[in-house]
Design a protein around this ligand. Structure first.
Ligand SMILES: Nc1ncnc2c1ncn2[C@@H]1O[C@H](COP(=O)(O)OP(=O)(O)OP(=O)(O)O)[C@@H](O)[C@H]1O
Ligand SMILES: [Mg+2]
Length: 225
């Protein structure tokens, strides 16, 4: 199997009013394509910070991050945007749908940004059908339930057929029943389509569904399963 992520001595700190706030130090981790990995650890230990770095949203760190064998610090701004858009899908706790756009427009948007092809509508429609939202495609997000909004956000994360999916407490804002439904649906999709998935969660039951579990504590990230 080939590797998708190689991280060497990754350290992250924020400077807050002239103080250096260290979040984590010297993380090294290698992940194979198709890996399913969960990240746990108490609030404030750096899970979201780490996912933002993995998702190429933050390049302010020490150490090396190779994504698909390329040093991400050496990518130009446009290579970075392209990699992020075409190869990485992000699902957040608070969905982050664009309220002015309807369901299918939200799902199509990353596709329109990334390609000149004209089949975005059809692709989005197929995904939404698969996700049980066929009858909701012209709804604005505000007219949807939380679980439906998250399914739209998941469809949007998949529209460019990414290799890597990053999910940051994707069920944190849903009731238990809906959370279970969304989580297992997403995990099944990821497995069936051989995606690589890294997700942060506070739910131990979900965390244990991953092949490997990593935990943040004492400024480091340790493999506990
Ligand atoms: N832009 C920033 N400037 C300064 N400090 C920050 C910034 N972003 C995050 N932090 C700090 O970094 C630490 C880690 O935050 P992060 O959001 O990664 O934690 P987390 O593990 O995801 O927590 P939670 O489980 O609550 O989501 C926190 O103490 C937070 O205050
Ligand atoms: Mg977080």
């Amino acid at each position: 199997m080939s590797q998708i992520i190689n991280i060497y001595n990754l350290s992250k700190s924020f400077s807050v009013s002239n103080n250096n706030l260290v979040i984590f130090k010297n993380l090294s981790i290698t992940l194979e394509l198709g890996a399913i990995v969960s990240i746990i650890g108490p609030s404030g230990t750096g899970k979201s910070t780490f996912l933002n770095i993995l998702g190429l949203l933050d390049r302010e760190y020490l150490g090396e991050y190779e994504y698909k064998n390329k040093n991400t610090k050496k990518l130009t701004k446009s290579e970075l945007n392209y990699t992020r858009g075409s190869s990485i899908g992000f699902v957040h706790q608070f969905f982050h749908l664009i309220p002015e756009l309807n369901v299918i427009e939200n799902v199509m948007l990353p596709y329109l940004i990334n390609t000149n092809k004209s089949d975005g509508y059809l692709l989005a429609k197929n995904l939404l059908e698969l996700f049980g939202l066929k009858d909701r495609i012209t709804f604005k997000p505000i007219k949807l339930s939380g679980g439906e909004q998250q399914r739209v956000a998941i469809a949007r994360s998949l529209i460019n057929d990414p290799d890597l999916l990053l999910a940051d407490e994707m069920t944190g804002n849903l009731d238990e029943y809906t959370a279970n439904e969304i989580f297992s649906f997403f995990l099944n999709y990821v497995k069936k389509n051989n995606k690589t998935l890294i997700y942060a969660t506070h739910n131990n039951e979900y965390a244990n569904k991953a092949d490997s579990v990593f935990k943040f504590s004492n400024l480091s990230l340790n493999k506990i399963k």
